[in-house]
Write a protein that binds this ligand. Structure first.
Ligand code: ADP
Ligand code: MG
Ligand code: MG
Length: 249
């Protein structure tokens, strides 16, 4: 059975500008899907729409997640239901430490009290996977973090919150080779957990090298124009999007 079913989804920004046109997508538990496409195709728009950002209005179609129609529910309810979105440009939040932020999110999502010792232990081991110095736990969230550290902090949240579906929006953009490898290692760690599904939005194939990919989708001008297996990533890497752009016209 499906974890995420997107049916004929059309989305406009602030109720005016149509961006996405009749998108259909089916993600099963444990699957890794990659979404590729030229700049401005609507990839981030799809991520925000799935997560329930109020600027993105669904004008047609439905989003079913884990058996529930979530098309009209708020972002925090979607997070509670097990959806996670990592941002292309993570915000800096002065006054709240990385560790408290994750603890609060964890509590908000599960409703259960956080067992402090166990929490700190798993935070420490997740930070080790990501080669993050322990001191980052007590630093204000993303404040003064480098681009790479912000992305690592996103993956740290992913590992700690362990959602049913993680949407990663260009988590690898602007990272150096070593940071991409580290982030990729973190994603692999998430893939190891049973039934965790991924929608990875990316331009680069470097992050995918070490990851198992089940499906690749190509988005051009707000339309899904092609779906293939993991080898489509290599084809796009070699030939670019030109073929898909001319087909879309
Ligand atoms: P991608 O992530 O594939 O690069 P986006 O989803 O960011 O594409 O953008 C798709 C289109 O929607 C672009 O033409 C972009 O300019 C437009 N767009 C995205 N967000 C907004 C916004 N908040 N206001 C106005 N236009 C937007
Ligand atoms: Mg898997
Ligand atoms: Mg984008």
């Amino acid at each position: 059975t499906s974890l995420l079913q997107v049916k004929n989804l059309s989305v406009s920004i602030d109720n005016e500008l149509p961006i996405l046109h009749k998108i259909s997508l089916d993600i099963k538990p444990g699957e890794t899907h990659v979404l590729m496409g030229p700049n401005g195709a609507g990839k981030s728009t799809l991520g925000y729409s799935l997560m329930g950002n109020p600027h993105y209005c669904v004008t047609e179609g439905n989003i079913i997640f884990d058996g529930q129609d979530i098309t009209d529910i708020s972002a925090d309810k979607r997070a509670k239901a097990g959806m996670f979105l990592s941002f292309q440009n993570p915000h800096e939040i002065p006054g709240i430490s990385l560790s408290s932020f994750i603890r609060n999110s964890f509590h908000a999502q599960t409703g259960a009290p956080v067992k402090l010792m166990a929490f700190q232990k798993s935070l420490k081991s997740a930070m080790e996977v990501l080669s993050m110095d322990e001191s980052y736990a007590d630093r204000d969230l993303n404040v003064g973090f480098s681009g790479g550290e912000k992305k690592k902090a996103e993956i740290l949240q992913l590992l700690m919150l362990n959602p049913k579906l993680a949407i990663l929006d260009e988590t690898d953009s602007g990272l150096d080779v070593d940071a991409v490898r580290t982030v990729s290692k973190g994603i692999q760690e998430y893939q190891k957990k049973k039934d965790g599904a991924l929608l990875i939005i990316t331009h680069s194939t470097k992050i995918l090298e070490a990851l198992h990919v089940d499906y690749t989708h190509v988005l051009v001008k707000g339309k899904l124009v092609c779906t293939g297996d993991g080898s489509l990533v290599d084809e796009i890497n070699a030939n670019g999007f030109e073929k898909f752009i001319s087909e879309a016209e």
